[in-house]
Design a protein around this ligand. Structure first.
Ligand code: DP6
Length: 320
């Protein structure tokens, strides 16, 4: 028995940085994201009675370091008494460099594992299971514009607008392909414990969520860009003020931010956001995407760019 699912990474415009409950991996606040179409993870899970332990192949190579989290994720869907599985995953973008590879991986994992179970779950249940594995993964179950609401014992994830309802595009400027040294889960716990700005960050999150939700409903690009950039820089201020400091930027990250501001000064509808990594994601109106990509490609230190419209939620490609 085997099933294959595809999921796309998402990028948060209103960020998740901090946990309320580490055991259940519940976020300390809500978040709003967009799901990307061109970047994807395909994951096949095959039941293998002949194996003594699970195995994982990532882009064709064994990846034992990433296996425990994926095995736990499969357990959360099929139960701990399940047979062993062979997991094969391939992503068409750099892993662990701030491009939300864990979000697409765990979203694909829960959908593929669910197809091997007798009792299929609802999307809401799958979002909660994906969120337990990685908070941001819960959002990749849905397409377009997605809000994750933080309820007392679970997360409620809903689609605010479909991808086609407001066809924005994203240009990712890749400034480093190195794996990050501190993962976001660990880093945000350090922020919670040591950053003097952490409490204010959380306190202001409901206002930013309200503003972004309204901007999305009204397709108000300038307002969305304004709150998203501010929210991103607040999160990075929390990261920078963590002990030890979590500085994910390179010189080129800052250069890309300047390129985006320069474009905007020239009237181009674009804003940036940056996650726990050095890549800059420029969100723009579709008509401006080519110009934005050209400007970012020409920015010092940019290795390459990826350009994508918004995409759909995680789905099954095939299952027996
Ligand atoms: C900066 O979802 O990777 O991308 O729940 O510990 O797996 P865990 O964290 P993760 O953190 C994402 C952090 C972020 C912001 C965001 O996507 O909202």
């Amino acid at each position: 028995m085997q099933s294959t699912a595809r999921a796309h990474p998402n990028i948060a415009l209103i960020k998740y940085w901090g946990k309320r409950n580490t055991e259940l991996n519940l976020p300390a606040a809500g978040s709003i994201s967009i799901t990307l179409a061109e970047l994807s993870t395909d994951m096949s899970i095959e039941i293998r009675e002949d194996l003594d332990s699970d195995q994982l192949t990532l882009n064709g190579a064994r990846a034992d370091d990433l296996l425990p989290r994926l095995s736990n994720c499969v357990d959360s869907v099929l139960g701990r008494e399940r047979p062993r599985v062979d997991i094969r995953s391939s992503s068409n973008f750099p892993v662990a460099a701030g491009l939300a590879s864990s979000a697409s991986a765990f979203a694909a994992c829960v959908v593929a594992a669910d197809a091997l179970d007798d009792q299929p779950r609802t999307r809401a249940e799958l979002a909660n299971l994906a969120g337990r594995a990685s908070g941001s993964a819960a959002r990749s179950l849905y397409g377009g514009f997605v809000e994750l609401e933080n309820e007392p014992s679970s997360v409620v994830v809903r689609n605010l607008l479909d991808a086609g309802d407001w066809p924005l595009e994203v240009v990712v400027a890749v400034t480093s392909e190195a794996r990050k040294t501190v993962g976001s889960g660990e880093a945000m716990e350090l922020s919670r414990k040591t950053s003097p700005f952490y409490a204010q960050w959380l306190e202001q999150q409901p206002d930013d969520l309200d503003t972004a939700r309204t901007a999305v409903a009204e397709r108000d690009f300038a307002r969305l860009g304004d709150v998203a950039e501010h929210n991103c820089l607040k999160m990075h201020s929390v990261m920078w003020s963590t002990r030890p400091p979590m500085v994910y930027w390179t010189r080129s990250t800052i250069g890309c931010m300047e390129t985006v501001r320069e474009l905007r000064r020239g009237g181009v509808p674009v804003f940036f956001t940056i996650d726990a990594g050095p890549q800059v994601k420029a969100v723009c109106m579709a008509a401006a995407a080519e110009q934005v990509e050209r400007a970012l490609s020409a920015t010092d230190g940019v290795l390459r760019t990826l350009r994508t419209p918004l995409g759909e939620g995680a789905r099954l490609l095939e299952g027996d």
